[in-house]
Ligand binder design. Sequence first.
Ligand code: FPP
Length: 256
Amino acid sequence: MIPFKKWFGGGKQQNDELIAKLAADNIPNHVAVIMDGNGRWAQKRGLPRVAGHHSGMKNVKKITMAADAIGVKVLTLYAFSTENWKRPKEEVEYLMKLPLEFFPKEIEELIANNVQIRMTGWQEGLPDYTLKAIQDAIDQTRNNTGLILNFALNYGSRKEMLSGVKRLAQDMRTGKIDENQVDESLFSSYLLTHPLPDPDLLIRTSGELRISNFMMWQLAYSELWFTDLCWPEFSEQHFYEAIQEYQRRARRYGGL
Ligand code: FPP
């Protein structure tokens, strides 16, 4: 029996060999990635920072297919934080235009692979053209039942928790929710990620050892995996190495 889906990423033997080493019954349901190091990758090559973002965008498709091939259910990619607005205007504009290039180019293959596009983040503040590109992709893949490719865009964890707390307080004031009902599961339902499961594995590229305001509630029991590689050079092989390491970890959730 072949435990995994057919490999769509170019039939590389190396990928097949790495996939064969994975335990098919211990694939993380939700993998989240902080795609860091685009700028440094470009600068090392004497290229403008935005060339790194463009290369990073191309890597999104590769890693999506790699995740899909082994049966990951949700892949969340941190594409733009609520803090990234502080970057130079030209860089922000460039990042905001990437969905306009990415989705028209890739949507056919994403649909062929039954991928569903989602977004976690605030729509307010995003340019109309960015929103439209994403909304079109969400609409076109709404009925797909395979991998959820979730873009964290204009997302920040503190803002998410504060806004959740405010809505919860409002619901308590109006009597919709009683204080005794408030537990972890109820609070989670006030977060933007609801109803997605919490990430099982967080990958951060580029050598930074930080969470950077990303899913701080949801990552409470996630396994963390860091690599010095920058996002544009992070390949399917590295992704499978991270999964292999995940499978070596014993998740105890505070127990023994
Ligand atoms: C961090 O690297 C990366 C980002 C802020 C942008 C990530 C976005 C993509 C990879 C493209 C997403 C694609 C779509 C379709 C939305 P950095 O610039 O902070 O790198 P540095 O730390 O080396 O400067």
